[in-house]
Design a protein around this ligand. Sequence first.
Ligand code: XMP
Length: 513
Amino acid sequence: RLLIIDFGSQVTQLIARRLRELSVYCEIHPYQNVTSEFLIGFAPKAVILSGGPASVMTEGSPRPPKEVFNLGVPVLGICYGQQVMMHMLGGKVERGHGTAEFGRAYVTPEDAKLPLLDGWFDGGKEQVWMSHGDHVSAIAPGFEVYGTSPNAPFAITADTERNFYAVQFHPEVHHTPNGAKLYENFIKLAGFSGDWTMGAYREQAIEAIRKQVGDKQVICGLSGGVDSSVAAVLIHEAIGDQLTCVFVDHGLLRKGEAEEVVTMFRDHYNMKLIHADEQELFLGALDGQADPETKRKIIGGLFIDVFQKYANEIDGAEYLAQGTLYPDVIESVSFSGGPSVTIKSHHNVGGLPEKMGLKLVEPLRELFKDEVRALGTELGLPKSFIGRHPFPGPGLAIRCPGEITRAKLDILREADAVYIDQIRKHGLYDEIWQAFVAILPVRTVGVMGDGRTYDYACALRAVTSVDGMTADYYPFSHEFLGETATRIINEVEGINRVTYDITSKPPGTIEWE
Ligand code: XMP
């Protein structure tokens, strides 16, 4: 396995990503945790030193243990990783003075050939992504230069004798279009056969869960979303009935959702599942509440209370399982003293376990979303389940702007089911990041048959997105929209007008509240 020592770059996760695409198993550890003992125990086959925001010239700035350079394995330093390597091995690093580089740059080759650069420089130069204030001003003894850019005379350096490689740019990012090739060459140099698979991950993860948990009891909040479902199935495979799942039904789920989750996990997977039917509690508390933040806070608070209540009934529960993914970890890592700067806190991490005095089991911590889907497929979860659109914790509450009533929720559920059915029938489901109906807090006049109607209006929403942070509305055809509106008005009692929301995010958000 390969060890990535993280010095806090925002793009460290992409290094792991590139390596997994090459079927190599790697782990990222923040530099604070990588002591000499850790390093020797880990016994990496290769090490990558990530980028990071610090300056090696600053007192107390991060360093890897010096044993990294005595392991006899290939080491690749990236950006800050390059500078720290040069600094520790006898080279020199200097402050910017007009040589800082941010963004696109072009690297051209030197005469000497380097196996790391196989497949590079075929066109005479390579586009790379730079992001550095400091730069190397003198390379360490034993190193040679293999590539330069206008502002980085030591853009690519290597000590081929010792298998040390150091680059000033970020090969892991999209804007270094040929960067994956460098990683491919690096892992070849390190002797990885590239045979890591999801099947292997599954076995390793199961072993790790058994080792961590022993004979203790684990509880898991199961939402029916992809992440918590995959985590639960994996943990169940590892420890069977030591796992109890709690599925909180807050009355804000979509049509048929509760039955689907209960059938699948209890009947099909034979898991211990508590179906916490707390609709009365949630809907009662939401009665008369129209303010979006108040609604969210009521739901969030009750969720914790309810989960705790059921968890307390499980004898001897010591662990809480969560479907935390790698992007969640990196976003919140600065909470736990990690090196990167906080971009935002995440709702999946923190809160519950401290409050409940439970230890965490997070078997998906190292994976990205599409890898979780691959693992879910490996575990036999149905494709329709794996590919589901995201569904927010507060559920239909935030798709029913203003006051919630049971009647409105029932209408919303029916309309949403027709809309999603239309999208599936037209083969569009997988092209869309998220699609749903919002029921509007207005009633409008219509005419059906020979009679007057006075019913609710609804809005259809469908967006494309990569990560939910930005989004664009989906360009349905007019035929599709017309057909869907007709079906909803004909099939759903209580709606007589359909609109399509064409707002992007920003300035809108995906949900209506
Ligand atoms: P917005 O509406 O902020 O939503 O553009 C972005 C994505 O996040 C989902 N979302 C939530 N998910 N708890 C969740 O688990 C929440 O409170 C929550 N609010 C929004 C939303 O469905 C979209 O995918």
